[in-house]
Design a protein around this ligand. Structure first.
Ligand code: ADP
Ligand code: MG
Length: 210
């Protein structure tokens, strides 16, 4: 396993932001996930809460973003508004020197102002399922250029009953995309989801006692 972020061929802007964040050594899950995602492989990732999964997917995804493209390229689905805000902040911090724009979209907050934000150039959308569907139905979001989908806390999404919404959203996305699913546990519903919507994913597991 790699014990330095320097070994991943990351661009200097990413290395700089990791230094500012004081991320000196990759966590075990990051050491496995970063090279796999840099190789454009679909991944199912299981490791416990607090193991560093957000940076594990964010670092390689931000490295792949085409800065000049004006449409959203990355969609991260989260079960709660709090997590959407957290992931937005983490991705903003990691993408700070790459000047990546991240928008969070969630319920119980002004639909109009989100619609306005989504009209600006944004590279990444982090969203809860319900509000994103509102934006899809009202055509206030363009998902036709999404090249990476991240399903974060998939077990929570399913436990909270968002399976139909998640499937509905996936049907609006281009087929040719990278799909990454993260979870702390692996109920059988997650296997079904990955079989249906992922392209021969590699399973990366760090056991809870490691
Ligand atoms: P998970 O999604 O697996 O629950 P998070 O991605 O939220 O975990 O990370 C947990 C905490 O660890 C966060 O506070 C994050 O800033 C910190 N963290 C992540 N990667 C590193 C790293 N390489 N070095 C130090 N801290 C890190
Ligand atoms: Mg997480």
């Amino acid at each position: 396993m790699s014990n330095s972020f320097q070994n991943f061929n990351l661009n200097p802007n990413l290395i700089k932001s990791l230094n500012v964040l004081n991320y000196n050594v990759p966590t075990p899950i990051q050491s496995l996930v970063i090279p796999a995602l840099l190789n454009h492989r679909d991944l199912v990732i299981k490791s416990k809460t607090g193991s560093g999964k957000t940076a594990a997917f964010s670092i390689p995804i931000i490295q792949h973003i085409k800065w000049d493209k004006r449409e959203p390229q990355v969609l991260v689905l989260t079960p709660t508004r709090e997590l959407a805000i957290q992931v937005k902040e983490d991705m903003f911090n990691i993408g700070r020197f790459s000047r990546i724009k991240v928008e969070a979209v969630y319920g119980k907050s002004s639909y109009e102002s989100q619609a306005k934000q989504l009209k600006q150039r944004t590279h990444v959308i982090v969203s809860t399922p319900g509000r994103l569907i509102d934006h899809i139905v009202n055509k206030t979001v363009d998902l036709s250029h999404i090249s990476a989908l991240v399903i974060d806390e998939a077990d929570e999404l399913l436990r909270m009953g968002f399976i139909d919404e998640v499937e509905r959203i996936i049907h609006f996305l281009p087929l040719k995309r990278l799909t990454i699913l993260l979870s702390a546990t692996m109920p059988t519903d997650i296997e079904k989801l990955s079989n249906l919507y992922m392209n021969n994913p590699e399973l990366i597991v760090i056991e809870d006692n490691e």
